[in-house]
Design a protein around this ligand. Structure first.
Ligand code: ADP
Length: 284
């Protein structure tokens, strides 16, 4: 199984002919709300890719909370470890213009209050194959989760996004880093070298891997017709976690196909493909 300790947000997406200037009000053309947050997106992606997934995180006490929980349930992610805390759920208000450029305000809300792990959370971690984390919840919580996972046979996978300097106390617990090229450039060489497995996503070019003995792999992404690359990285990470126990070559190949399929559909968590869809693309 895969345990994700991470963020869950409601994305409030408005489209408008252009992005408003300070003090300006403009008329938009459409509005949607979609569940997001890297933690939830990757948990949903892993579940759709076929893994048993537990999500550990928090929503607030607002009307988004129910919808966010339902998004996990709909994807068959175990939401028993999702708590409700005082204050608002995490949100992102996103304005998209006619060219597809956006401006975003993200408020972490309940995500910033994921500070304690319960005995039930720790038990789930101890029994899991993979812990998958990102950096949209407090760093100390990620480190605590990683510490418990590392005590068991649970592989610690980290997608360090939004990218920031990783404290040595966390780095030494990480088995697998999943980074895109921008994140890879922003991490120090020492940080990258400290981790046994580094997976770098390369957009349409696929992904590369560097293993503990210096083993290197390059995996191509299937050629698809992308319409919206949002969520490709999250689909990749979730799929990779779901297949990690099969070894890097098989896991990266599977994850590249998942990432590619995610670009053929709009949105983030709703764009991640199911296992049969991924297998069908790979069988082509
Ligand atoms: P991020 O969205 O985090 O920047 P990438 O852009 O590297 O991540 O995409 C993640 C994965 O999604 C890639 O490794 C690749 O497998 C797949 N992918 C992304 N863009 C495309 C594309 N245009 N065509 C095919 N696959 C893609």
């Amino acid at each position: 199984s895969v345990v994700v300790v991470g963020s869950i947000n409601m994305d409030l997406v408005a489209t408008a002919p252009r992005l408003p200037s300070p003090g300006e009000t403009i008329l938009g053309t459409s509005f949607t709300t979609t569940p997001g947050g890297k933690g939830a997106n990757q948990a949903i992606a892993a579940a759709k890719a076929g893994a048993d997934v537990v999500f550990v995180g928090a929503v607030g006490e607002d009307t988004f909370a129910l919808e966010l929980r339902q998004a996990l349930v709909d994807a068959e992610v175990d939401s028993e470890h999702l708590r409700e805390v005082d204050g608002p759920s995490g949100i992102a208000t996103i304005t998209v213009n006619g060219d597809g450029q956006n401006s975003i305000v993200a408020v972490s809300g309940a995500n910033s209050r994921v500070t304690e792990l319960t005995d039930d959370d720790l038990e789930a971690l101890a029994g899991a194959d993979v812990l998958l984390c990102q950096l949209e919840i407090p760093l100390d919580t990620v480190t605590t989760a990683a510490r418990y996972a590392a005590r068991s046979e649970t592989a610690v996978m980290l997608n360090p996004s939004p990218v920031q300097t990783l404290p040595p106390a966390l780095l030494e617990l990480v088995d697998v880093l999943i980074v895109n090229e921008t994140e890879e450039r922003q991490l120090s060489e020492d940080a990258l070298a400290a981790v046994p497995h580094v997976v770098t996503t390369l957009g349409a070019a696929g992904a590369r891997y560097r293993g503990p003995d210096g083993e290197r792999l390059r995996i191509d992404s299937p050629i698809v017709g992308p319409v919206d690359t949002t969520g490709a990285g999250d689909a990749f990470a979730g799929a990779l976690a779901s297949m990690w126990n099969r070894g890097p070559r098989e896991a990266l190949t599977f994850a590249c196909a998942a990432g590619a399929l995610a670009t053929t559909r709009p949105g983030a968590s709703c764009a991640s493909p199911t296992r049969p869809e991924i297998e069908a693309l790979l069988a082509k």
